[in-house]
Design a protein around this ligand. Structure first.
Ligand SMILES: Cc1cc2nc3c(=O)[nH]c(=O)nc-3n(C[C@H](O)[C@H](O)[C@H](O)COP(=O)(O)OP(=O)(O)OC[C@H]3O[C@@H](n4cnc5c(N)ncnc54)[C@H](O)[C@@H]3O)c2cc1C
Length: 607
């Protein structure tokens, strides 16, 4: 049976040896408390909470799901108790300002916490996870009064929050939002309309839920320029801050989903609910998207989470299950047959999972350092620095979100495959991981929307390829010292340098094609995103291999020789067996848009 163990050795390797987190925290304003000892103590404590409390209710929670009864939602057995422990540990406040009761530690630690909690139990992680977006929005745009009233209890975890964007007629295209907020003349608004698919929109973990809602004022211009942001509290607050009467926002139903069934996904009906305007009128979408990069990285983590969990389950099984003999002769002659792990094709599947989990982890942790700098600037009120870091992070975000969640689904599917028919049945929990993984490519912007954001906005429109030029320079800088070396590390360096040039060439070709035909951007976008993901992950694998090699040569590494050797061997696997997929994506990205658009819609089905 599936049971998560936190990969602390790998996490420490990436943090301490590859990305030098200790130096990063020393240089980061306001991160004095994030000393190596504190960070390590947090990792250990979160790991044991995840292994001992969240992992045991993963499969049972998924099987039971949430229950809806006349607007009341009950979470599966064990969730309330686990949430109470989460609140008692003060974990929600890890990276929020101490002024509101948080620990004031860097945001990257919150992302690491989320990785472990999400891998142990993604559905559970959704409840505190959605609050993070709500808290960040209030920190940046809430009035002093709103902050004082709502933040302490959100930061402590006593209340949770939601993000309400989606309506029945629109998810990706928020220009179509219809919810209305009418001013009452007393500083509050009456909000009416329906939001669907709202994660953690109703549940029994906390007494109150704070909804952040996109809606239109009566005189708002159409489209995205006429959307404002509101706070709607499930319970109105009395003047002393205690919970008052119920606000008319009700849960009409919860969705019955393919996966993450222990996470409540609510239809919320707002019937003239009392709402407070957050930020400027008609600037709601900008406010909602302020910390979107971090929220999307939070979802990118889901790809790593499911790759890791599925890998752990598949690896354990492949060592025990026996089937036939290795092609080169018996490997375990005293057994009835050799274990699955001896077969190259099973190795291919396991190593793909491992490469995605560990390569993705490195990608996330590198981006998390940028997120730290962005948040440090935001809390210090340095708008120029905030914009600079946000824009740097903006290039990585669609790649991480789109590529890692797609690869997370593939890795989870391979996990099912390693177990054969036993992966498809419920007993081992592997099919649950696959079902849970599937949502990640959809919410927080589908892969298609991430791809358009990457190629259309970030690469072509906003930077004219500059973001690719900058990143590929760091690839070349990494590769250069080893370009003439022999052996696997030299080969890796040359493959990486080749991709750095190829990425720029591909971007330039697409820029020229897009000038001729705008549809080429949409036609190429997904392949361009996958190309970028494979290449960026390649960069991180080469970086890890070089660090592992240094540790082996110097004998100064903190882990075992086998650990570093395995890193280099996994990097070799990645460069030889996964990175070549980038080349196919490059070719497909350059294929003319015409092949996608030439057939009239009515001719597509031959019924
Ligand atoms: C379990 C779950 C939890 C969710 N949680 C939340 C939540 O907490 N808060 C919230 O507000 N929403 C939430 N959502 C909604 C989610 O964010 C949306 O479903 C998602 O944004 C996609 O919108 P849609 O479903 O309307 O699909 P559509 O926008 O209709 O898209 C359908 C397909 O068309 C593609 N597409 C659309 N427009 C374009 C275009 N211009 N170019 C190319 N392709 C395009 C998309 O990529 C997609 O493949 C959740 C959804 C689910 C299922």
């Amino acid at each position: 049976m599936l049971h998560y163990k936190a990969p602390l050795r790998d996490m420490r390797f990436v943090m301490n040896e590859v990305l030098d987190y200790p130096a990063h925290y020393r240089q980061l304003g306001g991160a004095e408390e994030a000393t190596p000892d504190t960070v390590d103590a947090i990792l250990e404590a979160v790991a044991s909470y995840c292994e001992d409390v969240l992992a045991p209710i993963y499969v049972s929670g998924g099987e039971e799901g949430c229950h809806w009864d006349a607007g009341v939602v009950r979470t599966p057995a064990g969730f309330k108790e686990a949430y109470a422990q989460f609140v008692a540990g003060g974990w929600q406040g890890l990276s929020f300002p101490s002024e509101y009761g948080g620990m004031g530690l860097p945001m990257s630690l919150s992302l690491l916490k989320s990785e472990m909690m999400g891998t142990a139990n993604w559905s559970f992680n959704m409840y505190p996870g959605l609050s993070i977006g709500c808290i960040n929005t209030l920190l940046q745009y809430g009035s002093q009064e709103v902050k004082a009233q709502y933040l302490p209890r959100l930061v402590s975890g006593e209340w949770t929050g939601t993000m309400c964007l989606t309506e029945p007629q629109c998810g990706s295209d928020l220009a179509q939002v219809r919810c209305q907020a009418r001013p009452r003349g007393d500083g509050t608004y009456a909000l009416t309309g329906t939001k669907i698919f709202i994660s953690s929109g109703e549940h029994d973990l906390t007494e109150n839920i704070v909804h952040i809602v996109l809606a239109r004022l009566p005189d708002a211009p159409p489209g995205t320029r006429g959307i404002s942001l509101f706070l709607v509290s499930k319970h109105l607050l009395n003047t002393d801050g205690s919970l008052g009467e119920r606000n008319p926002v009700h849960c009409g139903s919860i969705e019955h989903k393919m996966g993450i069934s222990a996470s409540s996904t609510a239809v919320l009906n707002f019937d003239g609910a009392t709402a407070l305007l957050i930020g400027q009128p008609n600037k709601g979408l900008e406010a909602m998207f302020t910390f979107m990069n971090t929220a999307r990285i939070g979802t990118a983590i889901q790809g790593v989470a499911h790759a890791e969990l599925s890998f752990q389950g598949a690896l354990a099984y492949a060592k025990e299950r026996r089937s036939m003999r290795a092609l080169s002769g018996k490997k375990e002659p005293d057994q009835v047959a050799d274990a699955l792990i001896w077969h190259p094709d099973v190795r291919r599947m396991l190593l793909t999972q491992k490469a995605v989990a560990e390569g993705g982890r490195a990608m996330i942790y590198a981006a998390a350092q940028l997120a730290d700098q962005m948040f440090a600037a935001a809390w210090a009120g340095d708008e120029a620095a905030y914009a600079r870091h946000d824009s740097a992070l903006g290039f990585f975000t669609p790649i991480l979100k789109g590529f890692l969640t797609e690869m997370g689904v593939e890795a989870a599917s391979l996990g099912v495959q390693v177990l054969g028919g036993h992966g498809y049945i419920r007993e081992h929990g592997m099919e649950q991981v696959l079902r849970d993984a599937r949502i990640a490519t959809l919410y927080e912007g589908t892969t298609g929307i991430q791809a358009l954001d990457l190629l259309g906005r970030k690469v072509l429109l906003q930077t004219r390829g500059q973001c690719v030029r900058e990143f590929s320079r760091s690839m070349l800088a990494l590769a250069r010292p080893r370009l003439l070396s022999g052996g696997p590390l030299g080969r890796m360096a040359r493959a990486l340098a080749g991709r750095a040039l190829q990425w720029n060439w591909l971007t330039l070709r697409l820029m020229l094609q897009a000038r001729q035909n705008k549809e080429q951007v949409g036609a190429a976008a997904c392949d361009y995103l996958m190309y970028s993901g494979f290449v960026m992950m390649g960069h991180h694998w080469v970086q890890m291999a070089f660090k592992a090699d240094e540790a082996l040569r110097s004998g100064q590494g903190t882990d075992t020789e086998a650990f570093y050797r395995t890193k280099i061997e996994t990097a070799q696997f990645y460069m030889e067996r996964l990175l070549p997929r980038a080349d196919a994506h490059a070719r497909m990205a350059l294929a003319p848009a015409q092949t996608l658009l030439q057939t009239p819609a009515e001719d597509l089905a031959a019924l």
